[in-house]
Design a protein around this ligand. Sequence first.
Ligand code: NDP
Length: 288
Amino acid sequence: MIDAYTRLYGIIGNPVRHSLSPAIHNGVFERMGVNAAYVAFEVSNLADAMAGVRALGVQGLSVTVPFKEEVIPFLDALEPTAEKIGAVNTIASEAGRLVGYNTDWFGAIEALQEKAELEGKMVLLLGAGGAARAIAFGLRQKGSRVAIWNRSPEKAKVLSEEMGCLHIPQLSAIDIPPDIIINATSAGMWPHTSQSPLPQSYLNSKMLVMDIVYTPLNTRLIREAEGQGCSVIDGLEMLAHQAVRQFEIWTGMKPSATQIKEDLRRALESRNRPIHTQWEGRFSRGDS
Ligand code: NDP
């Protein structure tokens, strides 16, 4: 029930209409009896949007492409992890100050830890964008050995140096087969669903393969990894776990990750058409 006391939360991004975050957070607000609402703001002028957030007393925001780095100068403080990663995907209004957090790294690590111990593991991380930065940070925190490959090698080199990882300019350059492979690129994401970031021949049944792309969930990489007998983790896992942490930051209450995953799967199923066709023409890049 929305009334004069309802607190407002939302997501800023552009494009943003495909976001699953309203389905996640409104579901949890309702279940946990929090008088709050969560909406999507498609932002074209970030400075104006952030002035509006302050003026209207918006209590918290998720931040997605292309604003995860751009939003930092508009904040009053950064939580140390977000500062180290250099990207913010969560903003909380704390006594009138806007504080930036990063929950992507947490989401990825929680999802991985449900299936594997990370310390000492050899991880091949594909990508060097915002999500890859957060994941590289999280893996290093957990004591994994990380090799980073990216389509544009110079970005992977910079990220590897920053995070204490190994840079591999070509996939063939990795001598030990990785225990874990993580796709943090947009390869395979709608509309490029026929793409996979690496050849199927690279995969073997001892590997754990996580694809963080969730549009669609059943990416070519996930299908091929299953075909090779690998354990797999789809993009919904990270999305759900990062949202749990976000909700905790905003409210101090910890929602159930399992319930959020159920909500998400239901939200996806309730869209009658295949998920990608609804967003046709609306976006070309990813979000969280
Ligand atoms: P960025 O735009 O910051 O980075 C994109 C990355 O993907 C870059 O490394 C880019 O390489 C690479 N890339 C793009 N297209 C291709 C391609 N065709 N082949 C190989 N590499 C490619 O995006 P994010 O890091 O924020 O997001 C990446 C993906 O992760 C998106 O699909 C997004 O939806 C998903 N995501 C999922 C989350 C979840 O919770 N499940 C959370 C956050 C993101 P280059 O540097 O060469 O351009």
